[in-house]
Design a protein around this ligand. Structure first.
Ligand SMILES: Cc1cc2nc3c(=O)[nH]c(=O)nc-3n(C[C@H](O)[C@H](O)[C@H](O)COP(=O)(O)O)c2cc1C
Length: 191
């Protein structure tokens, strides 16, 4: 069966940044029958069109750099705005993969926290479906070391995509906890 995979780039530099280069390299890991679409969140606001793409996707790939220990501001804006999709059929049980880039420090915490947010929202996190790729690894892996297998390698993206696509075939009738659907921005602090 063919699948639609939506790739969301949370980098503030959008199609001009390193995340865009990383995404370009991901394409070769997908089978030809997979329909791919990339959305650069720095210049695509959340609205009916993006909501429709998210709902129609069989799976979503989240890509971001690390910026002062956190994910990119366009990714944060999306998470805030798509709160309305929490626990809805648009995302419930929808598999996602997460790729985080960094120079040297903070990316694993970004990966773990982002996967935590996505799981709480209702996405499915398949096993081994996220990695961090750093400038430090990129330099280190150019040399030979018996420790090399313990580093995330750029080609580990292949197995992550493989797990993501396998998870698309799962059919589970997930249960949701109750979600407050009133305006999450409403004031609760009163004196
Ligand atoms: C404002 C800013 C803050 C950054 N903060 C970190 C950081 O905390 N840790 C780190 O390892 N790399 C950090 N980086 C490096 C980026 O995570 C890395 O270059 C990433 O590949 C950027 O992807 P992009 O070019 O698509 O935005 C930072 C880069 C910028 C521009």
């Amino acid at each position: 069966m063919s699948h639609k995979i939506l790739i969301l780039n949370g980098s503030p530099s959008g199609d001009k940044g390193n995340c865009a280069v990383f995404i370009g390299n991901l394409f070769k890991f997908f089978e030809k029958n997979v329909e791919l679409e990339v959305v650069h969140l720095n210049r695509t606001s959340y609205g009916p069109a993006l909501r429709k793409k998210i709902a129609a996707a069989s799976a979503i790939v989240f890509v971001t750099g690390t910026y002062w220990d956190s994910w990119g501001s366009p990714m944060q804006k999306l998470l805030e705005q798509m709160t309305e999709l929490e626990a809805t059929p648009a995302i419930l049980g929808k598999p996602c993969a997460v790729f985080v880039l960094m120079h040297s420090v903070g990316g694993k915490s970004v990966l773990s926290r982002l996967q935590g947010v996505l799981s709480t929202m209702g996405f499915l996190i398949p096993p081994m479906s996220g990695m961090v790729y750093s400038l430090v690894s990129d330099i280190a892996l150019k040399g030979k070391s018996s420790h090399a297998k313990d580093f995330w390698h750029i080609d580990d993206a292949e197995l992550i995509i493989d797990n993501l696509v396998k998870a698309c075939d799962l059919q589970v009738n997930w249960t949701t906890w109750p979600v407050d659907k009133s305006d999450p921005k409403r004031k609760w602090l009163k004196f």
